[in-house]
Design a protein around this ligand. Structure first.
Ligand code: COA
Ligand code: ZN
Length: 337
């Protein structure tokens, strides 16, 4: 079994982009800014703030420029934005950023559904973008559908590695292997991550998982075992690509941090601060979020020891009058009646 021994893991927060892009309602710019400012103080390595996509395609992120102009910059945190095309890159270069993250799909069909162009056209765009950003900001490329596509099915790892090779030749030094619709399994993740990490040692790879089929954390451990130490994650487990049918939330940041820290890795992230922000998410997005540690508390959580008569099983029982409990009533049921 792998143990961390204090090894550093880089947690890259993507809720403000991958998370908000699929939300049905627009989140007010100032609420986004306050949320991102809270994330900036949680010790995260990088925050993907927004995307410079067409406002018609992603209306919830139509305020990209404004958000990037308004947020605080905390030293040590990298601020990134996703761009789908050269036009998006030109917009991104007008504001202060540390990284531009271009998206391309391993699957031709998903590339066309998401970006309305072929993979070859996307690669030509990336070549142009690489020249534009050189010496100004870091360039990263997210490879969507790297483990499977909702239209084409399982992804041949050779196709992904060929894309990695071509991107590497363009000079891309940061790449994310993205499981866009949560179809990857740990065996597949381990094999692809190990091959990529071993054969392109000059590239910093990020693992980007969606928890659509409850394999997200298992996949993260598999990627870690293969040598990956950069992970995308989304607070509360928000997330999903609006142009990939069946997409749902990313691996949840607070769950991932909690797991890695429990295993002995160092994330540099303040879990309490994450949980505080995650508690505010339902009010921000208008629905419950899937995060587990938020509901259960960290594994270090302790409950009051029950009394000899079985009382005080938890804090809520403790405050419930004994005779009410004997009568089958709780504070909650009283309130409901
Ligand atoms: N930002 C703002 N506007 C953009 C733009 C960008 N990055 N790219 C294109 N546009 C505008 C064009 O100016 C044009 O505007 P007009 O109709 O007012 O003249 C319009 O969008 C159509 O341009 P076109 O080149 O035909 O693009 P398209 O309609 O085929 O859209 C994308 C292509 C990629 C811009 C669009 O599909 C998109 O943003 N998709 C979102 C991808 C994404 O973020 N997915 C989730 C993350 S994985
Ligand atoms: Zn994603």
């Amino acid at each position: 079994m792998i143990t961390g021994g204090g090894k550093r893991i880089h947690i890259q927060e993507i809720s403000a982009r991958d998370g908000f892009q699929i939300e049905p309602r627009f989140i007010a710019t100032d609420d986004k800014v306050a949320f991102i400012n809270g994330l900036s103080r949680a010790g995260l390595a990088k925050i993907e703030v927004t995307s410079f996509s067409s406002p018609r395609a992603i209306p919830t992120l139509a305020d990209a420029e404004l958000v990037l102009r308004k947020i605080d910059r905390v030293p040590g945190v990298e601020y990134a934005a996703l761009v789908p095309n050269v036009r998006g890159c030109a917009r991104a270069l007008e504001v202060q950023l540390d990284e531009i993250n271009v998206v391309v799909s391993a699957s031709e069909t998903h590339n066309r559904a998401n970006l309305r162009m072929s993979r070859e056209q996307s690669l030509a765009g990336i070549r142009e973008i690489a020249a534009l950003v050189q010496g100004r900001v870091h360039l990263s490329v997210s490879i969507s559908t790297a483990f499977g596509c909702p239209f084409e099915g399982p992804m041949d790892s050779a196709r992904v590695l060929e894309l990695v090779d071509r991107l590497s030749q363009i000079g891309v030094g940061r790449m994310s292997l993205c499981d866009t619709t949560g179809v990857a399994n740990p065996a597949q993740v381990y094999a692809l991550c190990l091959k990529a990490h071993t054969d392109w040692p000059q590239v910093v790879f990020t693992a980007h998982f969606h928890d659509t089929r409850a394999m997200g954390l298992a996949n993260a451990v598999a990627a870690l075992e293969a040598g990956i130490d950069h992970f995308d994650a989304s607070l509360g487990g928000l997330g999903g690509c609006p142009f990939a049918p069946g997409a749902s939330g990313n691996v949840c940041t607070e769950d991932l941090v909690h797991m890695f820290e429990a295993m002995g890795y160092t994330t540099g992230v303040d879990l309490e601060q994450l949980l505080k922000l995650a508690r505010g998410l339902p009010a921000l997005v208008g629905h419950e979020v899937p995060g587990q540690v938020l509901k259960a508390g960290p594994a270090t959580r302790r409950y009051p020891v029950p009394g000899p008569d079985g009382s005080a099983l938890d804090a809520s029982c403790q405050s419930t009058p004994r005779e009410d409990r004997q009568a089958g009533l709780s504070n909650t049921s009283e309130r409901r009646s």
